[in-house]
Design a protein around this ligand. Structure first.
Ligand code: NAI
Length: 502
């Protein structure tokens, strides 16, 4: 519907680059007439050729009927000037990411299109409010933020700026659906939903590596095997390109006035500065051979030490005892003074655990019970720990058929720490009303390919557990980065699901 309530039939698109052509394709396949304009000579024509080729490919693969593809091609027309977009019911802008240039295009569009025509920007990093500030009538202006490649990425964020009317949000939501996307309404905020919510998965991983806790390959293996993420944080950064994800991290950190939760690390900047951008330069966190295959050192602990058969529990912990018995260890419920001492801390490092309980830290080994344990387990040791006992436990766990990630002391190991940060930021997004709780999960799963949304993750880990991990991390590190969101804290205190609305 337009601002006057009619259905949107004609979509004008300004900018026929990577995004504009994708948007044009889904608009045309969604049954709308498309007018495609680009300032660069020949760009719109090349975009049309590329779209037609894509549609032919879909037909070739049996994913689209030939008649539908032909009909979509017929709905796509080139516009040779901005003025030619005058009949549009909606104009989507997907030009260069430059505020002054976008403001100028919106100003010009105001003078060209009808008063009930909606105006949307596909910007990723600018505020819709900043673009709209150049315009007279702001109720019809919103963001329509697609993801690359548009035809494959189902999510579209419908961005509500302070002046955007409800009718505009409703109309764009409907347009998004007709384009075959899943629209989620999001507030006009730095990075909107997905680019903001996705920060901590990679940035906490960078922090862990910067602290010398583990290597990128170890972190990736844990997040894939124990937490079901399709990609580890480092392979993901290498894929998107460090030249892209470092500046995005900077923009969002700055946009939230340097909130510690969103800070990235000097290591991230170092790679960017050195020109090691990832796959595209064949070297990032990993190296890539000529065929594009990553050369990754094994993330698994290796030892020829004999397996220890007997271990002792560092404190009474029936669940840990049961688990370790299941792995074939003889488990002593008390410290016998010589066996490795096993503990299962939540958000606590082994050093703090040993000091708190007055334990022999040289024999203490932390075992991460969070996450899946069927393929891989993570263990950690405090400084000064006995290597022979650590190796013996590694060998024992390997005998039980598990790959072992052996790391240095870390509050929250690898997985607890990253997962709790993801869940906590999801809670914060709900708290600051970026979107509704279910929409946050929907957007994060569709936009980032996460196996679950951050709020569902909090529920699966236990809201109270996530709160404990964050509180411990905050206390031990003294870093405001780990402060629990009020949304999380309240739901932990009251025993509620993270998805419970206020
Ligand atoms: P692109 O560089 O591939 O395409 C931009 C196109 O806009 C070019 O063809 C250029 O000739 C044209 N253009 C520039 N100024 C113009 C003007 N004044 N009038 C008409 N045409 C003009 O850029 P891309 O990647 O398609 O990005 C476009 C927008 O989409 C940006 O705002 C970007 O932030 C946003 N975006 C990009 C994503 C991506 O992954 N590439 C994802 C989501 C949003």
């Amino acid at each position: 519907m337009t601002a006057q309530g009619q259905d949107i039939e004609i979509v004008g698109i300004v900018g026929a680059g990577a995004m504009g052509r994708g948007i044009a394709q889904v608009a045309a396949t969604g049954g709308m007439q498309v007018l495609l304009y680009d300032a660069a000579a020949g760009a719109a024509g090349r975009a049309r050729d590329a779209i037609n080729a894509q549609l032919d490919q879909l037909v070739g693969k049996g994913r689209m009927a030939a008649a539908d593809a032909e009909a979509a091609k017929g709905r796509l027309k080139l516009a040779d000037s901005l003025e030619a977009l005058a009949p549009a019911d909606l104009v989507v802008e997907a030009i260069v990411e430059n505020l002054a240039v976008k403001q100028e295009v919106f100003r010009q569009l105001e003078a060209i299109v009808r008063s009930d025509c909606l105006l949307a920007s596909n910007t990723s990093s600018l505020r819709i409010a900043s673009i709209a500030s150049a315009c007279q009538e702001r109720g019809r202006i919103a963001g329509l933020h697609f993801f690359n490649p548009v035809p494959l990425m189902k999510l579209v964020e419908v961005i509500r700026a302070p002046g955007t009317s409800e009718a505009t949000i409703a109309a764009l939501t409907r347009v998004g659906e007709r384009m075959g996307r899943v629209p989620v309404v999001v507030q006009d905020s730095p990075g909107f939903l997905v680019n903001f919510g996705g920060r901590v998965y990679t940035q906490e991983a960078l922090r862990i590596v910067s602290e010398g806790v583990a290597s990128p390959a170890q972190v990736d293996a844990v997040m894939r095997d124990a937490w079901s993420f399709r990609m580890g944080p480092f392979e993901l950064m290498d894929l998107t390109g460090i030249d892209v994800n470092f500046p995005v991290s900077q923009i969002i950190h700055e946009g939230y006035f340097y909130d510690r939760r969103l800070a990235t690390t000097p290591l991230h900047q170092l790679l960017k500065e050195s020109g090691q951008f990832g796959r595209k330069t064949r070297r990032g966190f990993f190296e890539y051979d000529a065929s594009g295959k990553a050369i990754v050192e094994s993330p698994d602990a290796a030892t020829d030490a004999p397996a220890v058969s007997r271990i002792a529990l560092a404190e009474q912990d029936d669940a840990l005892g049961e688990l370790l018995r299941g792995f074939g260890f003889e488990v002593s419920a008390f410290d016998d003074g010589e066996s490795p001492l096993l503990c299962a801390p939540l958000g606590e490092d082994c050093s703090s655990f040993a000091a708190r309980l007055g334990l022999d830290h040289r024999r203490l080994i932390g075992f991460d019970i969070a996450g899946k344990l069927d393929k891989r387990v993570t263990i950690m040791r405090p400084p000064g720990a006995r290597q022979d006992l650590f190796d013996g436990v590694i060998a024992g766990l390997q005998k039980a058929g598990r790959a072992v990630t052996a790391i240095c002391d870390s509050p929250g190991f690898i997985g607890q720490r990253i997962a709790a940060m993801v869940a906590n930021l999801g809670c914060e997004m709900a708290q600051i009303r970026i979107a509704r709780p279910h929409d946050i999960d929907k957007a994060m799963t569709l936009g980032l390919n996460y196996p679950f949304g951050p709020l569902a993750l909090a529920d699966a880990m236990g809201v109270e557990t996530v709160h404990t991990i964050m509180t411990q991390l905050q206390t031990i590190t003294g870093d405001d980065r780990y402060r629990p969101s009020l949304w999380l804290r309240r739901r932990a205190l009251l025993g509620l699901s993270a998805l419970t609305e206020d």
